[in-house]
Design a binder for this molecule. Sequence first.
Ligand code: FES
Ligand SMILES: [Fe+2]
Length: 424
Amino acid sequence: MRRSERLLRNEFAATQAPLLQAKHAPGYIYTSDDVYEREVETIFLKDWMCIGREEEFAKPGDYRSFRIAGEPLLVVRNRAGQINAFVNACRHRGVEVATGRGNASKFTCPYHAWLYDLDGRLISAPFNDGVRGFDFDHCALPPVRLETWAGWIFVNFDADAQDLGAYLDEDRVRELTAFLRQDELRLADRWDFELDCNWKLVLENLMDMYHTGVIHASSFGKVFPRDDFQYRLTANGYHAEYQSLTMCPDGKSPFGAMPWMGPEQAPWMKASGKGVDRNHPLYAFTILVRPCMNIFARYDLVQPITYFPLGPNKTEVSVFTLFPASLFERPDFDAEVRPYKDFIRAVIEEDRAMLRSLQQGLKSRRFTPGPTVALEMPIHHMLNRYLDRLFGSERRPAKQSGAPRLTKRQKQRSVAKRPARRSS
Ligand code: FES
Ligand SMILES: [Fe+2]
C-alpha cells in the first residue's frame, strides 16, 4: 500500500460512518494493483466461487478451462462420472494443458506434449529417459477443491476452507433459495463477456437500485417501486424481495410462473405489506453468494450472474438463464427463449459504457468520493464488509463492526441480521 496508514484510516473512516453520513470508498480501492493483489490473496484464494452448472459437463471428458483471479483452472468430468478441478498448468513448465472447452479423452500439453488423463494423472512424457528420479506419480495436475450445490459447481483454492454447505449457510443461502428449486432447472443460456471495470463495481451495480430507474428506465426498470425494495442484510451479504418485470421485453412471460412458485410470501414481505406473491408476474428476488455471484429470480426464471476479476480494471462476467427442465420439451421453447437472450444483452449494454466511465472517473486524481444515499444501503454494507476483510479490524472500532447504522425508517424497511450457524 503506497499511501500512509494514517491517510488510509481517515479515508476508510468516511466510508464506515453511518449510512447517511458516509462517503463511498476511495477510487484506488477499485484501481490499484496493490489492492487487487491483496484481494486475490484474501478473498479469491480463500472463498468458494461458482464457475458454472453441472449440466455443462454432461458427459465424461467434457471440460472447460478458466482463469480465476489469475489462476488457471481446468474442470473436467472423468470416466467414473465425477466432476473434478485441477490447476491447469503443466507440471513441466507451466503451460495450460487445456484451453477453451469441449470434450477430450486426454489432455496433451501443447508445448512439449506431456499427456494427462481425465483425472489429471501424467501418463506420458516424451524423452524422459535417463532423467534421474522421474516420477509420474509426482507429476499429476494438482487438484483444486470442488463441490456442488443445487446444480451449481463451486471451486475453492484453499485446501483448508470449510465445506461449501457451511460456507453458504453463513448467509443462509441454501435456506433462503430453497423455494427456487434450482436443481430442477436447466440452463437455457450462458453468456460470457468482459466489462472494462473493477469486479466490485459489477457487484455494486447489481445491488444499485439507485440507477435502475435511470439507466434501465426503458427496459426492466419500467416497473421498479424503489421505495418498496426490501433489503435484508447478513454477515457477508444481503438478500431482497421486490417488484420488477421479468427479464424479457415488456415483462410478458410466455411461460408463466415456475410450477413451484405458489401464492405465498416470505414472512418479512408479508409483514411489510409491500410484497407480491411468488407466482405474481412482478415478483422479484435476489441474493448475494459472496464473493462474486448474485442470484436473481423472477416468477418464471432464475438468472444468476458471476463476475471474476481479470485484473483491477477488467472483469469476466457470466449470465446464466435457467427455466424449469419440463419447459425444454416444448417445441417452441427455443423460439420463446430468444427474446430473453436478446433482452439481457440489451440490459447489460445499458450498463457497459457507464461502468467503463465509472472506472475512468475513479482513476482521476481529482475525484473525491461522494455521499451514500439511503438506496445505497446494501452497497454501504458490502463496502464495509469488504474493507473489514481486506484491511482488518484496525480500520474501525469494534463497536461498529456489525451492520451499518440505519435510521428508524430504514430499519422498518430492512432487517439487519447476523446469521445462525447451521450444520450442513
Ligand atoms: S510445458 Fe507442458 S510439456 Fe513442457
Ligand atoms: Fe444496471
